[in-house]
Design a protein around this ligand. Sequence first.
Ligand SMILES: Nc1ncnc2c1ncn2[C@@H]1O[C@H](COP(=O)(O)OP(=O)(O)OP(=O)(O)O)[C@@H](O)[C@H]1O
Ligand SMILES: [Mg+2]
Length: 222
Amino acid sequence: MKPITLDKVELRHGARVIVSGLSAAFAPGSLTALVGSNGSGKTTLLRAIAGLHPLAGGRIDRGGLMPADIALLAQGSHLDRSFPITCRDVVALAATRLGPFRSIGKDRLAATRAALARVGLAEMESRPIQALSAGQFQRVLFARTMVQDASLILLDEPFTAVDTATTRLLLSVIADWHAQGRTVIAVLHDLELVRHHFPHTLMLTRQAALWDSLPDAGLQAA
Ligand SMILES: Nc1ncnc2c1ncn2[C@@H]1O[C@H](COP(=O)(O)OP(=O)(O)OP(=O)(O)O)[C@@H](O)[C@H]1O
Ligand SMILES: [Mg+2]
């Protein structure tokens, strides 16, 4: 696996420049927090890394990753939950491909059930997603991300509207991904949590991006 590198990336919405001159590198298997104030361009940057937002300048080298190797868990408030679908189907529909991390012999339903069990939702597989709390829905999205089996995982504010116990559970899932050698980039606002659990930080500011490594941080696999 090769690093993901951003070289003088510029992002715009219409004529408005949101991010400019951003250069950074994400090593394979690295765990990075993307921080910055509201409107600083974190979501836009994550979408650009996923290939879902066009570059106005510069380039992104995804190290040979294909779109199917990249999982993006969108910001909760940007998701539509009105579609009548069960937790099981939301997860199972993401488990449709063979990827580098797929364990052999697991069928799609078994992988779906294992993922729902990992996030504590084994009993809720038949429940429609409209009937979930915000925290339960976020756990479903983590289970979905799990079965996507991607080598690059992008999480946009994964702990918003999530209580402490669920945050701890989802952090342990992120730790699993990290231990499995996947590259993870997560948009976060809780700097205390970032300091304790994320070895690298990329901060978006109006002026420039600050790129930092925090040597005392480390995330233990659950
Ligand atoms: N679809 C859009 N059309 C026009 N402007 C947009 C669009 N989406 C976002 N923007 C603007 O681009 C800027 C960056 O937005 P973005 O959502 O990337 O920020 P963010 O850092 O994720 O913010 P937050 O912390 O609130 O999620 C903001 O000023 C926003 O108003
Ligand atoms: Mg955002």
